[in-house]
Design a protein around this ligand. Structure first.
Ligand code: GLY
Length: 286
């Protein structure tokens, strides 16, 4: 089996201002990690590169929730059905690595909030200031719009706006093992306490022995469509990944009128990359 990796930097309704060279570095670093290790090493390494860079909506670039705080979340899953997920972290950049630690060191799939952060502390992850100029500017605009409104008016006003985004990776290694991972700061705007699709297994992230998928876009639509699982189900029904991802995105658009994107690798190393956003940046290495 020829190893292969795909990374994405999120999907957006408008032009995405992202450094392509960082996406390429993420793919190269992930691929190099896979030469020494496995598909799950590739996914973690590639996603860490994107979490480190403030231009991407994850880790150091995580969008803020309405109270002015970023709350990163992530999930990782392997072809043998192991999964780890985390939501509502405080000050932890490498959410995907915390998700992996939950997968490998606990008998749970998901941890959330202060206890997830405490688990990350216990594992030795550094707490850091995740504020970024890009996320702060976006938050200030949103906050200015709603600061004089009641809570009910705020909820109504925020419904008008529609941006999502994540970073993600799928990989297949020389042994044919698959892995998928996704990390995010959520969407903008978002109420404090909101959890998106990314850490929900089968929604933003899914992997089994047949295929690996990472999704991006409007989390609420991705959740109600169980988008990542749907792509894999289509593949199990006999569709090639390119067809499976295209059909899953079409179904999401028809049912929700929202935008999303997916990357997929199957057990033959075939790729599927589809979106209905204005832009989704991806890099493939093989
Ligand atoms: N897909 C990212 C989010 O909506 O949280």
């Amino acid at each position: 089996m020829n190893p292969r990796i795909i990374v994405h930097g999120g999907a957006g309704r408008h032009e995405i201002d992202q450094p392509q060279d960082i996406l390429e570095t993420a793919a190269d670093s992930g691929y190099a990690a896979m030469e020494e290790g496995t598909a799950v090493d590739a996914v973690e390494t590639a996603v860490n590169v994107l979490e480190d860079h403030p231009a991407f909506n994850a880790g150091n670039g995580a969008k803020y929730q309405l109270d002015g705080n970023p709350r990163p979340e992530a999930a990782i899953m392997t072809g043998n059905g192991d999964a780890g997920a985390v939501t509502d972290l405080d000050g932890i950049c490498h959410a995907i690595s915390v998700a992996r630690a939950i997968m490998e060191q606990t008998h749970h799939v998901m941890l959330s909030g202060p206890f997830a952060t405490r688990f990350a502390d216990h594992c030795g992850f550094d707490r850091q200031d995740l504020s970024s100029e890009k996320a702060a500017t976006e938050w200030e605009k949103m906050h200015a719009m709603v600061e004089d409104l009641s809570f009910d008016e705020t909820i109504e006003t925020l419904k008008e706006y529609d941006t999502g985004g994540t970073v993600g990776c799928v990989a297949i290694d020389a042994d044919g093992s698959l892995a998928a991972g996704t990390s995010t700061g959520g969407r903008s705007p978002q109420l404090a306490g909101r959890m998106g699709d990314t850490p929900m297994i089968g929604c933003g992230t899914y992997c089994n022995e047949h295929a690996a998928v990472s999704a991006t876009g409007i989390g609420e639509a991705i959740i109600t469509m169980t988008l990542a699982r749907r792509c894999v189900e289509y593949r199990e029904d006999g569709m090639q990944p390119a067809v499976a991802t295209e059909n899953a995105i079409k179904a999401l658009e028809e049912k929700t009128d929202r935008h999303a994107g997916v990357i997929m690798l199957d057990d033959n190393g075939e790729t599927g990359i589809s979106h209905n956003a204005d832009e989704m940046n991806t890099v493939v290495r093989e």
